[in-house]
Design a protein around this ligand. Structure first.
Ligand SMILES: NC(=O)CC[C@H](N)C(=O)O
Length: 392
């Protein structure tokens, strides 16, 4: 028998549909993602911690769940909303339906609502807090709860998703993830990433600081032929330097970057000592460590077709994105420059320090899911590691 679920927003609107996944009640910031594929990677991206995610693509679940496609140890988002759930997936890699997956993970799903109307509301009014419930179906009570649930701004959500301890990462890219443009088709190494250098020959060591990292990032770092050590996002600069790394990577992660003062301090103490590359939250934290400020976007960028202009090459990259905050260019000090711009709204999509080897992007070159246009950034990081080693 079908069970009712409801989503109430802080502006008083209520959407009634059918429940799938687990039963219960959650609150969170309601956001939308425009990707046509990649729902499994979205579900397991820790950056969605504290959020209820709506997919704009009308049918979700049609290729099921494949264990190789997870991006972290579990699902960090609060709830998942689709127009239509596909209950009979067709995919030789699938081991479970989306419904079964959410049930097992204890995550509430809602389907059968007008997701276009919901998205238009968010686009017009901005991301809002909401409550998703299968247990309380009283509109008035749900709206009250939505209005009194906490805002994302000012919260440290990284502490909820960072790993408990350090570990080594040994997995390279999945053979299916190799693109012909940047990776050798033998699946052995990234031939043109390190100018023909074979994976096994590099002895560089990268420390990746994990604020809720998507696993396709260390897969890419490993594919560069480097030793990869992952440290929890609350590590100090001394913890990092104790490994004597050749490069430091700053990961993606959930929520507002400004409250993460411990992470900003660590990065500030690493700058100038070791090459740094940051993605998404890592980009925002690098910017904050350089003296920039961040602000909250009206409804954020979440999807797999965001156009970004590379100022060096004048080329446009189509990128995968998931963020609700951005660097304020007005606050950028003189020793920092913008390298990439989001062409939809002219927000900062990449920056670099003019004197230290440190650069970052607001988007996701590891894709997963999404286009592979920006894979070159991993090579750029590798090159800056090589150059620093040669000149030191
Ligand atoms: N994917 C991410 O790292 C997101 C960064 C940050 N939490 C934001 O929403 O802007």
């Amino acid at each position: 028998m079908q069970k009712t679920a409801k989503l109430a927003l802080a502006d008083g609107s209520v959407f009634t549909g059918t429940a799938f996944g687990a039963d219960g009640e959650v609150h969170g910031e309601v956001v939308f993602n425009t990707s046509m594929t990649g729902y499994q990677e979205i579900l397991t991206d820790p950056s969605y911690c504290g959020q209820i995610v709506t997919m704009t693509y009308p049918q979700i679940g049609n290729y099921g769940i494949a264990p190789e496609d997870i991006e972290s140890g579990g699902i960090a988002l609060q709830g998942f909303i689709v127009r239509e759930l596909c209950e009979i997936p067709s995919n030789y890699r699938s081991t479970q339906t989306l419904d079964e997956y959410l049930k097992a993970a204890g995550v509430i799903g809602l389907q059968g609502i007008d997701t276009r109307a919901l998205v238009r509301k968010i686009r017009t009014s901005g991301a809002m807090t909401g409550v998703l419930s299968t247990v309380d179906l009283d509109d008035e009570s749900l709206v009250k709860k939505a209005q009194s649930s906490p805002q994302l701004v000012g919260q440290d959500l990284v502490s909820k998703v960072l790993p408990a301890e350090a570990r080594e990462w040994d997995e390279g890219l999945h053979p299916l993830a190799h693109s012909s443009s940047t990776h050798s088709l033998s699946g052995k190494s990234i031939t043109n990433m390190a100018e023909g250098e074979d994976q096994a020959e590099s002895n560089y060591h990268i420390v990746a600081i994990d604020y809720g990292m998507k696993w396709n990032i260390p897969r890419h770092l490993k594919q560069l032929g480097c030793r990869v050590t992952i440290l929890p996002g609350n590590c100090t600069a001394e913890d990092v330097l104790a490994f004597n790394p050749d490069g430091v990577f700053l990961s993606n992660g959930p929520g507002d970057p400004e409250p993460l003062t411990y992470a900003i301090e660590t990065i500030r103490n690493l700058m100038g000592k070791v090459p740094i590359f940051g993605i998404c939250l890592g980009h925002q934290l690098l910017g904050l460590a350089c003296g920039c400020k961040t602000f909250k976007l009206k409804f954020g960028h979440r999807g797999a077709n965001q156009p970004v202009l590379n100022h060096d090459t004048k080329q446009v990259e189509i990128t995968s994105q998931n963020h609700g905050f951005a660097i304020d260019p007005e606050t950028m000090p003189d020793d920092v420059e913008v390298t990439h711009t989001n062409m939809n709204d002219d927000t900062v999509a990449g920056l670099r320090h003019k004197t230290h080897a440190a650069f970052s992007v607001q988007y996701h070159p590891e894709a997963s899911a999404g286009p592979h246009d920006s894979h070159y950034l991993f090579k750029q990081f590798f090159d800056s590691i090589c150059q620093t080693r040669v000149s030191s």
